[in-house]
Design a protein around this ligand. Structure first.
Ligand code: GRF
Length: 209
């Protein structure tokens, strides 16, 4: 049986789109059963609707700073749709340990760096400033600590001498669109963590060309 997946977004949703497109394949082990945004104006919502995917908005501004109340409302949406796995894709809210522990082992995030390097924001700028030779993206299980948790997939690109934050971000984003569907496939198939490590190592191999 296909795993029922919810994607949580806050913005444009290009990773969400990559997951939706991957899940259209008959043999993909997951179906996108719900897209939730904390922002009513997130562009990704229209994209999800145009694919006929149920959407929900849980607007964090309506909870007066009560993060757990916001998360209980979010959790309710997920439970109503009998969600098995959650994918964070540009979801710009920090989650409390309550929510993270509730979805422990069932929630993935994509981060635009080669974790554990460059946790947090502005990863491309910081990679350039640090003179990194390679930069990339990571899909990992979500744990209470931000941008930590077991890595499911990781891939990298070379940093070019003339890269700007924008050109580097664009190249990494393209990578993200490949590794997130691959990581979700691995998790939906309930492969064990040894296999995830192998997926990660394979992604670290130098490009074949
Ligand atoms: C991506 O770079 C992702 O790695 C980060 O937020 C960005 C979201 O982009 N967590 P999009 O909304 O998926 O286009």
């Amino acid at each position: 049986m296909k795993k029922r997946v919810a994607i949580l977004i806050s913005g444009r949703g290009s990773n969400m789109t990559a997951l939706i497109e991957a899940a259209e394949a008959k043999d993909y082990p997951a179906e996108i059963a719900l897209v939730v945004s904390n922002r009513p104006d997130a562009a990704g919502l229209d994209r999800a609707r145009s694919s006929g995917i149920p959407t929900a908005v849980v607007d964090h501004t309506l909870f007066g700073g009560d993060r757990e109340a916001f998360e209980r409302a979010l959790d309710q949406e997920l439970c109503q749709r009998r969600i098995d796995l959650v994918c964070l894709a540009g979801f710009m809210r920090l989650l409390t340990p309550w929510f993270v522990n509730r979805w422990s082992g069932r929630m993935l995030n994509i981060h635009p760096s080669l974790l554990p390097q460059f946790k947090g924001l502005h990863t491309h700028r910081r990679a350039l400033e640090a003179g990194a030779k390679r930069h990339g993206a990571t899909v990992h299980f979500v744990v209470p600590e931000m941008d930590a948790g077991p890595i499911v997939a990781q891939d990298s690109v070379a940093v070019h001498a003339d890269d700007t934050e924008e050109t580097l971000a664009a190249r990494v984003l393209e990578l993200e669109h490949h590794i997130y569907p691959r990581a979700l496939r691995a998790v939906a198939l309930e492969r064990d963590s040894e296999t995830w490590k192998a997926v990660s190592r394979e992604d670290h191999a130098p490009p074949k060309s």
